[in-house]
Design a protein around this ligand. Structure first.
Ligand code: FES
Length: 183
């Protein structure tokens, strides 16, 4: 009788152990499977950032200085090189440059943060105006009026041997935060 009870207890323990081991293994397998895309996205984001290339905008000395009395932002074209895995592509882009001094240079993305149209400088009003829904910005990128949810987006710049370089990035439109979504 005692033997029979011991055997039943043994069976129940081994069943419990089996379920315990199986559920631990299952949980481990699931977290592994779910974890792969997560790790993948971190790796690909790191790769994207690493592959970003600054593009040459031009000689700093050739960019006109803007003053309060004479506001003169300039739109500069440049060639953007993009490297995706083994494929290298080049496209023409542009950006708005505001140079107050050699040391104080701001480069704005040419894309309106409302819904992505390209805005322009209107010298007769000394304002940037977007033709799509009439968002209006100062030369410093601040919103004067219109539906734009945030100021104009600034782009990272580098100065090297007298030249100005820009890191072209694209940002999520229609939201108050500046969120990078690509290059
Ligand atoms: S896209 Fe510029 S105001 Fe709407």
């Amino acid at each position: 009788m005692e033997d029979e009870n011991t055997t039943k207890e043994d069976n129940s323990i081994s069943r419990r152990s089996f379920f315990k081991i199986t559920s631990v293994a299952l949980a481990a397998a699931m977290s592994f499977v779910l974890g792969i895309p997560l790790v993948g996205s971190f790796v690909s984001r790191a790769k994207t950032i690493k592959n970003k290339t600054f593009s040459k905008l031009g000689l700093i000395s050739s960019i006109p200085v803007t003053t309060k009395q004479d506001e003169r932002p300039v739109k500069l074209n440049f060639i953007k090189t993009k490297q995706d895995a083994f494929i290298k592509s080049q496209v023409q882009e542009n950006a708005w440059v505001v140079k107050k001094t050699e040391a104080d240079i701001t480069v704005f993305s040419p894309i309106c943060p409302h819904l992505g149209c390209r805005y322009a400088w209107h010298p007769e009003k000394n304002l940037f105006i977007c033709p799509c829904h009439n968002s209006i910005f100062t030369i410093d990128g601040k919103v004067v009026s219109g539906p734009a949810p945030r100021p104009l987006d600034t782009l990272p710049v580098e100065k090297k041997e007298g030249s100005l370089y820009v890191l072209y990035e694209r940002f999520k439109v229609g939201v108050p935060q500046k969120i990078v979504i690509g290059d």
